[in-house]
Design a protein around this ligand. Structure first.
Ligand SMILES: Cc1cc2nc3c(=O)[nH]c(=O)nc-3n(C[C@H](O)[C@H](O)[C@H](O)COP(=O)(O)OP(=O)(O)OC[C@H]3O[C@@H](n4cnc5c(N)ncnc54)[C@H](O)[C@@H]3O)c2cc1C
Length: 392
């Protein structure tokens, strides 16, 4: 290892901060540059649904690793609540029904603790969830949720505690050869800083940031929406849980301290991360509330607030995570599932950086995630945005 290797990370979201934490605890000199405050991007606007219901590799492994780590962090003070995750398909939605059944079989083969439920099983196990119109459902009990803003703030303080520097309100540009961060106009950063390794974890801005350094990536930001409402429970006043994703109605909900958090409202077109509409669309809240109360008929939902944020899409719906140019790494394209996988993906990326040539002085096998290798695309691919949760 060279003396005092330095790593710069652009972006203080859940992903960048996990990488920062995991590098700093190995005594790497890490600085995170964040244009706003911690969790200013998607990590502060996410729903915080965290599940392991993935039917392929490496996602099933990453989901399991991530949930184990959320629980480990929770023992250390991070906010995280265990809660079963139910996904379901309505009668008549035959293609999705088949995919859910096949998916659950594959999950079981991959070691995910997933169980198929019919309408009777669902009614018995989760009475608040309407079951009379469903064809099939699945459940995993290892899932949970958190407040993503609070979790990310906790992670920032944990990363600082192991030695990472987190510079907020410093927007940067990047250079590739050599890896470096450079002050944006009006930035408090006074000079260019060369580093041994650079990580672009700038969420929806990653594409533009890299394009300005002549590194095109195959990623498109797209807009999604969510809401929080209070609920009056028609029956007992107990919490209504579990978390539910109705694939046919294209909506999800999870328990929230104020009642319920629900979402979707995905716009499958590329959005501009600087210009996109942060307010929810007119009609979004009412429309989503009626789909949610159909599924949770005992919950009378009173919407308190709704908002929009950005997710990031790739041509194959797998993220771009790993080395994209020598000692330059990227982590984006999470298809709406970046928060829930951040504890695992951040750790794998930190491992890959630690195994890289510059930091340990000699080359070794990559320790990253091959399926997410960002160099599998040239960056000029034409593709349609398809949302991440959809069962296709
Ligand atoms: C409404 C909504 C609901 C969602 N729900 C879920 C969910 O339930 N579960 C889940 O797993 N995922 C969910 N997601 C997706 C999730 O939010 C993202 O996948 C995840 O937060 C990505 O984290 P990140 O660290 O990669 O990016 P971000 O959190 O976006 O962090 C990137 C950071 O980079 C900073 N930055 C950008 N450019 C620069 C620059 N030039 N200089 C310095 N800093 C810069 C930004 O300010 C930002 O803070 C949801 C997203 C939305 C919008």
């Amino acid at each position: 290892m060279t003396t005092n290797p330095t790593v710069a990370i652009v972006g203080a979201g859940a992903v960048g901060l996990t990488v920062a934490h995991d590098l700093a605890r190995k005594d790497i000199d890490v600085t995170v540059y964040e244009r706003g405050q911690v969790a200013a991007g998607s990590s502060g606007r996410a729903a915080g649904v965290c599940y392991d219901a993935f039917a392929s590799r490496p996602d099933a492994d990453l989901g399991r690793e991530a949930l184990e780590r959320f629980r480990e962090f929770a023992r250390d003070g991070a906010p995280f609540t265990s809660c079963p995750y139910v996904w379901l398909v309505q009668q008549g939605d035959e293609q999705r029904e088949r995919r859910v059944r096949e998916g659950i079989e594959r999950m079981c083969e991959l070691g995910v603790d997933a169980v198929e439920l019919d309408a009777c099983d669902l009614a018995e196990r989760f009475p608040p969830v309407r079951s009379d119109d469903i064809a099939v459902a699945g459940v995993t009990t290892g899932a949970g949720y958190t407040d993503p803003g609070e979790y990310t703030a906790w992670l920032a303080s944990k990363a600082r505690g192991v030695g990472a520097t987190i510079e907020t309100e410093i927007p940067v540009e990047i250079g590739i050869d050599p890896p470096r961060v450079m002050p944006e106009a009006d930035s408090r950063l006074s000079r260019e800083i060369e580093v041994d390794a650079l990580v672009v974890a700038a969420g929806a801005h990653s594409k533009q940031l890299l394009a300005d350094a002549n590194v095109p990536i195959a990623m498109k930001p797209y807009r999604v929406q969510a809401l929080v409402g209070t609920v009056s429970l028609a029956e007992t006043g107990e919490r209504w849980g579990p978390m539910v994703y109705d694939a046919s109605a294209n909506c999800y909900a999870r328990p929230h301290p104020e009642g319920l958090l629900a979402g979707n409202g995905t716009e499958e077109v590329e959005a501009d991360p600087d210009e996109y509409e942060r307010r929810a669309d007119e009609g979004f809240a009412g429309d989503l509330a009626s789909r949610i109360t159909h599924r949770l008929p005992g919950c009378a939902l009173d919407v308190q607030r709704a908002w929009a944020g950005l997710c990031t899409a790739t041509p194959d719906r797998n993220p771009l995570v790993g080395e994209i140019r020598e000692n330059v790494y990227v982590a984006t394209g999470f298809q709406g599932q970046g928060f829930m996988r951040s504890p695992a993906i951040g750790r794998r990326l930190a491992d890959e950086i630690l195994d890289g040539e510059t930091l340990d002085g000699e080359s070794s096998d990559r320790n990253g995630i091959d399926a997410f290798d960002p160099t599998r695309f040239d960056g000029d691919e034409t593709f349609d945005v398809r949302e991440g949760m959809a069962i296709e």
